[in-house]
Write a protein of this length. Structure first.
Length: 251
């Protein structure tokens, strides 16, 4: 069953709801790029506040609550589709959907084992990424990434475990003192090339999101079109403030 709906932009899973925090290790300069985009995030938040589903002034408490719920749901859909980038979370979410679709990972996967959920993955590079950022991403997308990474990499992971058993004193990340022969080190490099870690996908999601946001930052943003039926028109404007974009990645 495909997990992408619409025009190959929406990824969903009925099993996972809510958000899951992930920590991405990123190239130097990523934070600076995100800080440069803060005015863009604010402009995007203003666009979201202009959606027909946003105004609630003058409505009863029950109607207003229903309206806010629909507004939040619509914004989540727009963020996943890459049509609304009002926070760092939205930027990464849109980039992650694009990366999953590009790898054709938009399908059901066997659940990965427990070791796929924490700690360093076998074959992870050492100390190559100087910046670190934690963001709360949709749980279904995080689950797809972990499951797809493990299931596409498990053969290489098993081979890497066996390699370490054959070379217990090896230190492959210390190239000046690897503790193994050049041939064994070459084999290690070849095995790690078969492994796709979640970190690779998080970095790709940031890169996709930043590239798209920077391109859109240079041109006028289109008016967001509501995809949901709205309540009768009100003669009032929204009283909801624009959302604050935080470089910490938490909305």
């Amino acid at each position: 069953m495909s997990l992408i709906s619409g025009e190959d932009v929406m990824v969903t899973s009925p099993k996972i709801i809510g958000t899951i925090p992930i920590t991405a290790r990123l190239p130097y300069g990523t934070r600076s790029q995100l800080e440069h985009l803060v005015p863009f995030f604010r402009a995007e938040a203003a666009r979201a506040s202009a959606l027909p589903t946003a105004p609630v002034k003058g409505m009863s408490r029950q109607v207003a609550a229903s309206r806010r719920s629909r507004w939040k749901q619509e914004m989540q859909q727009l963020r996943r589709a890459g049509e609304l980038t009002d926070t760092v979370i939205a930027l990464v979410t849109g980039g992650l959907v694009k990366e999953i679709a590009g790898r054709e990972w938009d399908r059901e996967w066997p659940d990965p084992p427990h070791q796929a959920y924490g700690g360093r993955w076998p074959g992870s590079p050492e100390g190559a990424w100087p910046e670190k950022l934690t963001v709360d991403l949709p749980g279904d997308l995080v689950h797809i990434v972990r499951a797809a990474c493990w299931n596409t990499s498990k053969e290489g992971i098993c081979q890497l475990y066996r390699w370490h058993e054959r070379h217990p004193a090896a230190r492959p990340h210390c190239r000046t003192r690897p503790g193994c022969t050049a041939e064994a080190l070459a084999e290690y490099t070849q095995l790690t090339s078969k492994i796709i870690t979640p970190g690779v996908i998080w970095r790709a999601a940031f890169a996709h999101g930043i590239h798209t946001a920077e391109a859109r930052h240079q041109m006028p943003a289109p008016v967001l079109i509501s995809t949901q039926a709205t309540a009768p028109r009100q003669r009032s404007s929204t009283s909801r403030p624009g959302m604050k974009a935080e470089i910490t990645g938490r909305a």
